[in-house]
Design a protein around this ligand. Structure first.
Ligand SMILES: Cc1ncc(C[n+]2csc(CCOP(=O)(O)OP(=O)(O)O)c2C)c(N)n1
Ligand SMILES: [Mg+2]
Length: 917
């Protein structure tokens, strides 16, 4: 004890000096010399304390004691080094390694067959059609990581268990298909058609795409970074469902396989602390540290494993490093001086990559040879044996022990950092080489080597054809493999949809919204908030509603829900909120319904995806409503929205504060005029731009029916605006038009000689209505105003009809909705939108006589709505001028009238063109 109580430095400088002198890295155990210095005496005293503490109090108490000591030293100004990474060896000591329970030799052979077939899929596809692509080397490096999971850990779905959820590395698909082939779930024909989905009878998709293989893949992962992010939110959403009483029983594990290069994506590491904060011990990540990405090394000059360890450790994860295979155990045990560890730490990833490519003699010379003592350590090994010293991620025993420890770990998510070799087993065809990611062909010599290395029973005559190999159904291998899967509950991956349809409310439930708001003014956002309130209170589906908000609830008026249904927090509320006395206090509860995600649109979208797919992952329909700042939707996280289509998520995306001029004052980075174009790129995303609250009600009621009763795999995007105005009652007979994209909202006065039609959407419809009035009163034009709720839907419908007509020239032609609804109309057509002109332009080819479009192309500005609308030329005056121009173009009006209008309406003809300034 006396050493611990010895005086500590009193000045910062002194402490720094002493810290430098005293700090001994963990890899260099210092053995006492005969002549002890003062520091060494201190250390020896410490060791005595440690010995006593460890023996008597156990490791946890000792660790706490040391933590406390560090804190005390820090408080006194001593800079105690913070440990962010541990020595470059396996986290699990050999003595604590769980024994491997399987038939090691059998599993090795099965894995070899999977390796062969995975390689053969890619080679065969590219032999027939050069350029089809595919990846051999990713799975080659992760085969053991996957196979140990398949044989011993991943639990399939049973009647009583929902099944573990496994996010596979996107590029390792050949391996996953190859395993399904051995399991008898896929046939040779399927493997033969890898990446040939358009072949007769179909083929296997390149990557995990539930949209393309809805019975097989659960989670799309190939856009790097999205899988890791989704897995965190999936694990959290599983807890949410449990807390709210939707699921119970055995908790599934969420596994995510991730590339070390993939860890560069901000989405990969960006939400780590959520997982630890939420104690997600139902989450296990396996980072396949093959030290390479596509072009070359991930961290040639450093160590990706150590870098990641520090990041995960700092974020509060349980980190398990699996660096060295069992062969190294003996070497490390024999390393009495700590030199081997020192050498392991010195070598950078670029060196390790080189050791995997060069023969053992090179490693002997350059790795061990740096210190003569180390050479002695491997004297008994041949060069060949040195070359084959396994890395941890290729050793089933080490991987098994790590997975088992991860399964049993409580209170934190676990990451396993497994060191592997990219292209393992490919030999000269790519093992460890920088080109390996793109390797798609093997010559005959390379195939023979592969066959010999993995003992594949393919004959010399056949080898050039790279035939697939599957042991007979009654073979020991197949029986073994199936036996293990049976024990684990069934096959995986597998996507099973069993959710019972919901009883969704009828349109009349939203009576208040259909009646209009009388004289009081309302925005569509406020209308939506009322509607959401009605839905949440609805007896049949209220509980299924999942409101998701990225820290904008107050902006949209959703804070009213805080008290009513609570904000989900696994910890409840451990403090008294500052606003506890107010009606709408910040109410966090363990079974809260709202997912208040904080400022992360990516995280919120990940929650949307988890909630929107719970019908497939959990067998329960949930109805997410994700409300966000529309500019920070598609523009910011478009790839996740694309993924929501792929994964067949259902629910509603609500782009609030929409419109380039309706959101005034906020300027260039906030004013959205293009989300409707971006949303039109996602095939299954039903898109609407409503103007009135009754339109919202009609659209949402229909969406609920289509998604949750009819079971359509679609999702919805609606724009919401924050401009207040009178909400009219719903006119008769407009529901079909609302849903199909266009209906006549207010006809122009009769008995005018000139006729026009103005399409408006969102709040801009009010500019159209004002234009209608000006045109009638001042220019003798009767203009009908139409509400255009969805140009995207009308365009798709028109394209479908046109294509059908092209391919069926002799049949009576089909007419699209837009053509039908405009067929009897006379006059000119003008569209005005708070979005890019290209939004209304989508239907221009089908508008009789063409369409004149006004929209908000260009960067936004901060100013008032009226000034912005004039600037972007979407106000009533600009609409009047455009209408008169269209009439003049048709020869129905003298151009001088336009000149007069420009003057009378105060529009500056020389004003800047917004798109270009
Ligand atoms: C967002 C995104 N960017 C780029 C790619 C293209 N890409 C596919 S694999 C790959 C390298 C992957 O390296 P790593 O994550 O280390 O995986 P490994 O194959 O080495 O296991 C890249 C850049 C992608 N799929 N997604
Ligand atoms: Mg890699």
């Amino acid at each position: 004890m006396s050493a611990l109580q010895s005086p500590v430095p009193t000045t910062l400088e002194e402490s720094k000096m002493r810290t430098e002198q005293n700090y001994l890295p963990a890899d260099l155990p210092v053995l006492p010399e005969p002549e002890q210095t003062e520091e060494e005496k201190w250390l020896q005293s410490l060791e005595t304390v440690l010995e006593y503490a460890l023996k008597d109090k156990g490791p946890q108490k000792t660790a706490r004691f040391l933590d406390g000591l560090s804190e005390r030293l820090r408080a006194r100004g001593v800079e105690v080094p913070r440990v962010v990474s541990t020595p470059y060896i396996n986290t699990i000591p050999v003595a604590e390694q769980a024994p491997f329970p399987g038939d090691w030799e059998m599993e090795r052979q099965i894995k070899s067959y999977v390796r062969w077939n995975a390689m053969a899929m890619v080679v065969n596809a590219n032999r027939e059609h050069s350029g089809l692509g595919g990846h051999i080397s990713t799975y080659a490096s992760s085969a053991t990581l996957c196979e140990v999971g398949f044989n011993h850990f991943f639990r399939g779905r049973t009647d009583n268990f929902i099944g573990d959820m496994v996010f596979f590395q996107g590029h390792s698909t050949p391996g996953i298909y190859a395993r399904a082939f051995l399991e008898g779930r896929l046939e040779e024909r399927d493997l033969q058609h890898f990446r040939q989905e358009l072949a007769e009878g179909g083929g296997l998709s390149s990557y995990p795409h539930p949209y393309l293989m809805p019975d097989f893949w659960q989670f799309p992962t190939v856009s790097m970074g999205l899988g890791p992010l989704l897995s965190i939110y999936q694990a959290r959403f599983n807890r949410y469902l449990h807390a709210r009483g939707f699921i119970n029983g055995e908790e599934p594990k969420v596994w995510a396989f991730i590339g070390d290069g993939e860890s560069d994506e901000p989405e990969t590491l960006g939400s780590l602390t959520l997982a630890s904060r939420e104690n997600l011990d139902n989450l296990v990540w396996v980072v396949n540290c093959n030290l390479q990405r596509l072009d070359g090394p991930v961290r040639g000059n450093g160590k990706i494993i150590q870098e990641l360890e520090a990041a995960f450790q700092g974020a509060g994860w349980n980190v398990i490093k699996v660096i060295w295979g069992s062969d190294w155990d003996k070497l490390l045990a024999a390393d009495k001086t700590g030199l081997l560890l020192k050498r392991m730490e010195e070598a950078v990833d670029g060196d390790y990559q080189k050791y995997s490519v060069e023969p053992g003699s090179y490693t002997r010379r350059h790795f061990f040879g740096k210190y003569p003592e180390l050479l002695e350590l491997v004297n008994h090994l041949t060069d060949e044996q040195i070359h084959k010293l396994l890395r941890g991620g290729h050793d089933s025993r080490k991987v098994y022990a790590a997975y088992k420890a991860a399964m049993e770990h409580k209170g934190q998510p676990t990451v396993i950092l497994a060191k592997t070799i990219k292209g393992y087993g490919l030999g000269e065809a790519g093992e460890g080489r920088n080109i390996t990611h793109q390797q798609k062909k093997l010559n005959e010599k390379e195939l023979r080597e592969f066959r010999a290395r993995f003992r594949i029973p393919v004959s010399d005559e056949e080898i050039a054809q790279t035939p697939f190999f599957r042991p007979a159904p009654d073979s020991r291998e197949t029986q073994y493999l199936l036996g293990l899967r049976q024990k684990l509950g069934g096959f995986l991956p597998q996507r099973i949809v069993q959710a019972k349809p919901l009883e969704v409310p009828k349109l009349e439930t939203f009576g208040d919204l259909l009646k209009g708001a009388g004289r009081s003014e309302l925005s569509t956002t406020m209308g939506f908030v009322r509607l959401l309130g009605l839905l949440i209170r609805n007896k049949s589906i209220g509980r299924q509603i999942v409101p998701i908000i990225p820290d904008e609830a107050r902006t949209f008026g959703l804070d009213a829900l805080f008290r009513e249904v609570g904000i989900y927090s696994s910890k409840g509320q451990l403090y008294e909120p500052v606003d506890s006395k107010s009606l709408l206090y910040y109410n966090e509860t363990k079974d809260g319904q709202i997912l208040e995600e904080g400022i992360t649109e990516a995280g919120s979208m990940a929650s949307f995806v988890a909630a929107g797919t719970s019908y497939a992952t959990h067998g329960h329909y949930m109805v997410p409503f994700y409300v966000y700042y529309s500019m920070f939707g598609f523009q910011r996280i478009g790839d996740l929205m694309w993924l929501a289509g792929d994964i067949r998520a259902k629910g509603f995306l609500l782009g609030a504060t929409s419109g380039r001029t309706t959101l005034n004052g906020e300027g260039l980075q906030h004013q959205d005029g293009h989300s409707l174009i971006l949303s039109s790129t996602i095939p299954t995303l039903v898109t609407y731009d409503p103007a009135f609250t009754y339109e919202l009600a009609v659209i949402i009621a229909d969406g609920l029916r289509r998604m949750y009763v009819e079971g359509e795999d679609i999702f919805y995007y609606l724009t919401l605006y924050n401009e207040n105005y009178e909400m009219p009652p719903m006119p008769e007979g407009v529901t079909e038009g609302i849903l199909k994209g266009l209906y006549k909202f207010k006809a122009g006065p009769e008995k005018k000689t000139l006729k026009a039609h103005i399409f408006g959407s969102g709040p801009i419809i009010r500019e159209a209505l004002r234009a209608q009035q000006i045109l009638a009163e001042q220019y003798g034009v009767s203009a009908d105003v139409w509400s255009a709720t969805s140009y995207k839907l009308m365009r798709n419908d028109a394209l479908r009809a046109k294509r059908w007509n092209m391919l069926h020239p002799l049949d009576p032609p089909k007419k699209s909705y837009v053509e039908t609804v405009l067929a009897g109309e006379q006059g000119v057509f003008v569209a005005v939108s708070d979005n890019l002109k290209i939004v209304p332009d989508q239907i221009a080819p089908w508008v009789p006589g063409g369409l004149t479009t006004l929209g908000t192309d260009g960067f936004g500005r901060s100013d008032t709505r009226q000034r912005l609308r004039r600037f972007f030329e979407v106000d009533a005056e600009s609409t009047v001028i455009a209408t008169l121009h269209a009439l003049a173009e048709k020869g129905q009006l003298d151009k001088s009238v336009i000149g007069r209008a420009i003057k009378d309406l105060g529009v500056d003809p020389e004003k800047a063109y917004p798109e270009l300034v």
